[in-house]
Design a protein around this ligand. Structure first.
Ligand code: MN3
Length: 200
């Protein structure tokens, strides 16, 4: 029951020009594959071998760092690929209403996410989470995420943006804010909304 690398739901070049195909190929087939392989290695022969990713996240304090780093890496990237793709337009209905009520507008949400990603020192993630039925923006270091029992801010992540340099360095070099500005062109809002509904 080893974990496996999920296929991308689109081609590696599908996010051009906002995220270049070389970055996507390396990010998916090298970085994510390494998290999967190292997670399987870290769990081999332990009781964690038969746990789901979600079960691992919620009990992360009882696992060694290799499970935290690589299990988080596997979960985070699987979510990341799913919420990218063709930008399918504005959000609607209850989800759009909740965004407007919480952040003023969709632009307000983007600003808050970009600020979380820009101010995260070193490597990590910016997150939109559902917590007690409400939307909230937060960030985590390294491959941590808000599902982990050790997270500072806990909730169900419905949109995550990878701000590790490997996510943008080939195209944007040190310009993380430019990458964060561009990524909104390739967010699959249908998927984010689906995750929002499921998290309520
Ligand atoms: Mn990454």
């Amino acid at each position: 029951m080893a974990f496996t690398l999920p296929a991308l739901p689109y081609a590696h070049e599908a996010l051009e020009p906002h995220i270049d195909s070389q970055t996507m190929i390396i990010h998916h087939t090298k970085h994510h594959q390494a998290y999967v392989d190292n997670l399987n290695k870290a769990l081999a022969g332990t009781d964690g071998e038969n746990k789901s990713l979600e079960e691992l996240m919620s009990n992360m304090s009882s696992y060694p760092a290799a499970v935290r780093n690589n299990g988080g890496g596997h979960f985070n990237h699987s979510l990341f690929w799913s919420i990218l793709g063709a930008n399918n337009g504005a959000t609607q209905g209850a989800f759009a209403e909740s965004i407007n009520n919480t952040f003023g507008s969709l632009d307000g949400l983007k600003e808050k996410m970009n600020a979380a990603g820009t101010t995260r020192f070193g490597s990590g993630w910016a997150w939109l989470i559902v917590k007690d039925g409400k939307l909230e923006v937060c960030s985590t270091p390294n491959q941590d995420n808000p599902l982990m029992d050790i997270a500072e801010v806990k909730g169900t992540p419905i949109l995550g943006i990878d701000v590790w340099e490997h996510a943008y360095y080939l195209k944007y070099q040190n310009r993380r804010p430019e990458y964060l500005g561009a990524i909104w062109n390739v967010i699959n809002w249908n998927e984010v909304e689906k995750r929002y509904q499921a998290a309520l």
